[in-house]
Design a protein around this ligand. Structure first.
Ligand SMILES: C[S@@+](CC[C@H](N)C(=O)[O-])C[C@H]1O[C@@H](n2cnc3c(N)ncnc32)[C@H](O)[C@@H]1O
Length: 250
């Protein structure tokens, strides 16, 4: 990872010690163009970062995750394919505004995050994170969520409805019958997405505009919790252990 100049490793301690050189300067000093900057938060192996970068050479894509071993997969692909419009940033999403200046980001993708059913503050489409995103998004910037989780999908829809956020797309079954992916990019499948599909879950997608100013508040609705969880590493390696992860309701 250290040999790839487009991989920037700034966990909290490093950021605090060294600061970050590209905040407010991604266009001029990193990408050397004025193309829109698009983030993938919790990018894991970076399927969306790399997949979008291949299709849109006129945009810049940055995958963000705290786990370096995962993003290494996407970083190697970007290096091997010579994609000049990709960066990976290893840090905590919570520190986003230390890496991007106001208005520096055009769009955000959130791909298969943990739904954080018990901790609203850790939920990536909760008000705490939406407030953080709009510190860096250009006015009218777009947030895209792809998820397996009925809970997170419903919560995010309610968040949009409650706060009058402008929906751009909304489907509870992206690959369902009669629903041919509106665009080819929605068919990019991430590592977690593939696992959920193999378990028979439907994939949900919601996309909305985040206004720059208006106050945001949490929707006051009871949402049924998901009845399954993701496989642990042991369960991934040993299918016979998977019973405990509970079958999803059909
Ligand atoms: C369930 S995985 C999904 C990975 C990938 N998007 C996919 O669909 O395969 C969630 C990812 O988010 C990352 N993540 C969760 N919370 C984070 C945070 N606060 N800061 C940075 N990364 C985080 C994890 O390290 C993990 O790689």
């Amino acid at each position: 990872m250290e040999t790839m100049e487009f991989v920037l490793q700034y966990p909290f301690g490093v950021l605090e010690r060294e600061g970050f050189p590209y905040r407010g300067k991604w266009h001029e000093e990193f990408f050397h163009n004025s193309n829109p900057v698009v983030l993938e938060l919790g990018c894991g192996k970076g399927e969306y970062t790399v997949g979008l970068a291949r299709r849109y050479p006129d945009k810049n894509f940055i995958g963000i995750d705290i786990k370096g071993a995962r993003m290494w997969t996407g970083a190697c692909q970007a290096r091997d394919e010579g994609l000049g419009n990709v960066a990976f940033l290893r840090t905590d999403i919570e520190l986003l505004d230390h890496f991007f200046a106001p208005g520096e980001v055009a769009e955000i993708w959130i791909t298969f995050p943990d739904p954080q059913m018990k901790k609203v503050r850790k939920r990536l489409t909760g008000t705490r994170f939406l407030e953080l995103y709009r510190k860096v998004l250009a006015p009218g910037g777009v947030v895209n969520l792809k998820t397996d989780s009925p809970f997170l999908y419903t919560y995010t829809r309610e968040m949009a409805r409650h706060n009058g956020l402008q929906l751009i797309a909304d489907t509870s079954d992206l690959y369902g019958e009669g629903h041919h992916c509106a665009t080819e990019i929605l068919g990019i499948r991430t590592y977690y997405e593939q696992q959920w599909l193999e378990r028979g879950l439907t994939i949900k997608y919601i996309s909305f505009e985040l206004p720059g100013q208006q106050a945001l508040s949490e929707p006051e609705v009871e949402i049924e919790h998901d009845t399954y969880r993701s496989f642990s590493r042991g369960e991934l390696q040993h299918p016979e252990l998977r019973e405990a992860a509970v079958k999803p309701k059909q």
